[in-house]
Design a protein around this ligand. Structure first.
Ligand SMILES: [Zn+2]
Length: 59
């Protein structure tokens, strides 16, 4: 179990856990969820809703 996360988008480490399998990067204001083949990336919109990127990040 990893306890520290690096943002898969910007590489920063200002990452906080916001859900059971969901993390938020304070540097680029994106949420991400680790999945088996990479990450799903979500933009947080002004109203607080999430917009999933069409393509995740593999790795
Ligand atoms: Zn980031």
């Amino acid at each position: 179990m990893r306890t520290a996360w690096t943002c898969p988008v910007c590489g920063g480490n200002s990452v906080g856990r916001v859900g059971q399998n969901q993390y938020f990067c304070r540097d680029c204001f994106l949420e991400f969820s680790p999945v088996k083949d990479g990450y799903r990336i979500y933009e947080v919109k002004d109203d607080g809703s999430l917009l999933a990127w069409e393509d995740g990040i593999s790795g």
